[in-house]
Design a protein around this ligand. Sequence first.
Ligand SMILES: CCCCCCc1ccc(Oc2ccc(Oc3cccc(O)n3)cc2)c(O)c1
Length: 257
Amino acid sequence: MNFSLEGRTYVIMGVANKRSIAWGIARSLHNAGARLIFTYANERFKKPVEDLVATLEGQNALFYECDVTNDEAVQHTFDQIKQDVGTIHGLAHCIAFADKEDLKGEFVETSRDGYLLAHNISAYSLVAVARAAQPLMTDGGGIITLTYLGGERVVQNYNVMGVAKASLDASMKYLANDLGKHRVRVNAISAGPIRTLSAKGIGDFNSVLKDIEEKAPLRRTVTQEEVGDTAYYLLSDLSRGVTGEVIHVDSGYNILG
Ligand SMILES: CCCCCCc1ccc(Oc2ccc(Oc3cccc(O)n3)cc2)c(O)c1
């Protein structure tokens, strides 16, 4: 059995720029020989993603817009992908959003709209995408999503995104249960804090990074590349017996009380 991704096609959703975790995943899969398909939320992200992907030697990537808050748009995107490539072997869901004012202060102040928005984009979108993508995985496949420790226990300021990640984690497990019969595995990577565009929306992020460097077992923060390599493991045959799992790529921080 070989663990190269030659001859396989993967969809990566959520590359914003070169600091994105999704970009680290893209590079790991590209280096393993995969063919890549990228989706972006709107026109604003199209060119930056195309320019980044142009730096991947020999990659023959495809690009599609996909607004994950719109069920018809999600179905249309995967209809197009089916038309253009037929079969895909996996998908990386690297999409989340919450209003900035809901990522600081007290969780009890979260508005109904803010709560629903965070769950719509950061949790329900995995269900919509998995439903649309599974029929294209005719050789079986792997789906991964990104989660965070703040969905398992309280992390100051993470607030409504933590509640959305708890929903994402449970959604991932229920999807793993449904899709296993179609030979599709569903897993999550719980990444430690990394300085990305998304991280800019979180209150007092710097003190979190400092805490990791002082207390995490590995005494350092993790990189997009390290998350990308665990994504490669979860999307390859190396993890063929694993589904419904959360792997922490966080320098071991999650084991601390
Ligand atoms: C207090 C927790 C510190 C560690 C947080 C690590 C982390 C960093 C980034 C994460 O991804 C997002 C994605 C969108 C998001 O919502 C945003 C981001 C920027 C602006 C904005 O208005 N909302 C917040 C975090 C994430 O889920 C988790």
